[in-house]
Design a protein around this ligand. Structure first.
Ligand code: ATP
Ligand code: MG
Length: 483
């Protein structure tokens, strides 16, 4: 964060100083986990049912925190007192980014691919200037200000993921950290149980372009009609990306190699260039086009852009993470999250990598589909069978419609089994996997990722640990984060 005196912090959050020197200055990070506090930090104490951050206030001061932002006084601790620490943290983020005129804020939303595309954009902007785009989702009312508060005077680009569970959520996040470039990827069906309809999801996602200033830029997916229609909801310039022939930044001649890595001709108003991605899955064509549209706007020349796209890698864990085990089994760990659209792209990636090899899909329950739950799962199962996947392991009774959807497809040569839990899936895999097999592991968060970890461990690798921490939040302990 930029340096702010406690008086400035208090003014920004409408707080009251208690036992604190108004001239003392926060020069370090803003943290809500006392273990991350260092010299010059501001510690934010959230009242929680299980863990109350105020209990760690003194520890934070000992670790070097200048003060504690919280809702009740702690004896002997310099405090910035507010009614609600979460709201205050959001206001502090706004005050901090308002003091950074050189900063360009890029917001990304959509039903699927936000974290992935945020990571891609961050890798491109890092070539242009100092960038804040931390791994993970951090897309809600806590993660958002937390991320924004990492921007300092040298930061040129802040890439933010904007999630929504309802109407008004993205608008609120944009009030905290207003974007100058807004990227909308797609309107799918994740959290449709809460939204009610895809049109409502489109309404919520489009708030990202409504928040743009007149000199801002909306980067919209021309291949998704609901996203394309958002051009009417902003006064800012619009750049359309996709495979539509009239898209401004588009891909032509898309091909996939045997590892599922796409190649295409990138076509922009400046000309054409060949792009060969090291990322897995056809869906990365659209994600990289969105990132390209942003980098182009920020001045990256076409030739450099094409090279940079080819050098993009994975940043956040458990998203299309493909690895080969020494025994010749290829694993696609896509176990961070799942909704019908992301299941579809992952199963397609399995089919393309698995050409000429035996394919195995380990699929878990997709949460929060509401009335679409049964059909959403069944359609995934149907796709698995239609693509000719050889073996389907469905994990957990709630995911049973995947199994039913697959077995209902006549003439499918593959085999499906419904298993009680992840341990059962691991046991089946250990018995069945042979060199050359390709395995996809996917589900909503923790519901399948132990399977991916077991597949790693069998190959002698460490389990992936960071994903759980993405959800960690003492105050807003939502299991799922936001969409
Ligand atoms: N453009 C896309 N369209 C459909 N599915 C995609 C797209 N990009 C990525 N995915 C799939 O979605 C999965 C989740 O990706 P990612 O974590 O980037 O999404 P997210 O929108 O950030 O999700 P969350 O709502 O959990 O934060 C990926 O692992 C991949 O299977
Ligand atoms: Mg995410």
């Amino acid at each position: 964060m930029i340096a702010l005196s406690l008086a400035e912090v208090a003014a920004a959050v409408d707080g009251r100083l208690e036992a604190a020197d108004p001239a003392a200055t926060v020069t370090g990070s803003v943290e809500f986990d006392s273990r991350k506090v260092g010299p010059g930090s501001l510690f934010v104490a959230f009242p929680g049912e299980k863990v109350d951050g105020h209990d760690y206030a003194a520890t934070a001061i000992q670790a070097g925190a200048v003060a504690v932002l919280g809702s009740r006084a702690v004896p002997g601790v310099p405090m910035v007192l507010v009614d609600d620490a979460l709201t205050a943290m959001g206001r502090l983020a706004r005050a901090a980014v308002d003091r950074l005129p050189e900063l360009t804020v890029i917001g990304v939303t959509g039903s699927s691919g936000k974290t992935t595309t945020k990571d891609l954009i961050g890798q491109l902007t890092a070539r242009l200037g100092a960038t804040v785009a931390p791994p993970g989702s951090f897309n809600n009312e806590l993660g958002h200000p937390y991320t924004a508060l990492q921007a300092g005077p040298d930061t040129r680009y802040l890439v933010m993921e904007k999630g929504a569970r309802g109407i008004g959520h993205v608008r609120y996040l944009c009030e905290l950290v207003p974007p100058r470039i807004s990227v909308v990827l797609n309107v799918g069906t994740s959290h449709i149980g809460e939204f009610g309809s895809q049109d409502a999801i489109a309404q919520a996602k489009g708030e990202l372009v409504e928040a743009l200033p007149a000199d801002g830029l909306a980067v919209l997916n021309a291949d998704d009609p609901r996203v394309d229609a958002m051009s009417g909801r902003t006064g800012a310039r619009v750049v359309r990306y996709g495979e539509a022939p009239d898209a401004d930044v588009r891909a032509e001649d898309v091909t996939l190699d045997e590892r599922g890595h796409p190649s295409y001709t990138l076509v922009t108003p400046e000309g054409r260039a060949s792009v060969r991605l090291g990322l897995t899955g056809r869906h990365q064509v659209g994600n990289t086009l969105a990132a390209a549209a942003v980098a182009r706007e920020l001045g990256m020349p076409l030739a450099e852009l094409a090279t940079a796209l080819g050098e993009l890698g994975l940043v956040s864990t458990r998203r299309m993470d493909v690895f080969d085990r020494p025994d010749g089994v290829t694993v696609i760990d896509d176990s961070y999250n799942a909704n019908p659209a992301s299941m579809a792209v992952a199963v397609r990636a399995l089919a393309s990598i698995g050409q000429g090899r035996r394919t195995v899909a380990v699929l878990g329950y997709m949460a929060e589909l509401g009335p679409f739950e049964s059909d959403g799962h069944a359609e995934v199962g149907q796709l698995v069978a239609e693509l000719g996947v050889d073996r389907l392991l469905v994990v957990g009774e709630p995911a049973a419609p995947i199994h039913e959807g697959a077995t209902a497809v006549a003439n499918w040569g593959g085999e499906s089994v419904l298993l009680t839990d992840q341990a059962a899936a691991v046991e089946v895999l250990r018995g069945e996997l042979r060199p050359g097999d390709v395995v996809l592991v996917k589900g909503s968060r923790y519901r399948t990722w132990e399977v991916a970890d077991a597949l790693r461990a069998d190959a002698g690798s460490e389990p992936v640990r960071s994903a759980r921490s993405e959800l960690a939040s003492p105050a807003v302990a939502t299991e799922g984060g936001t969409e």
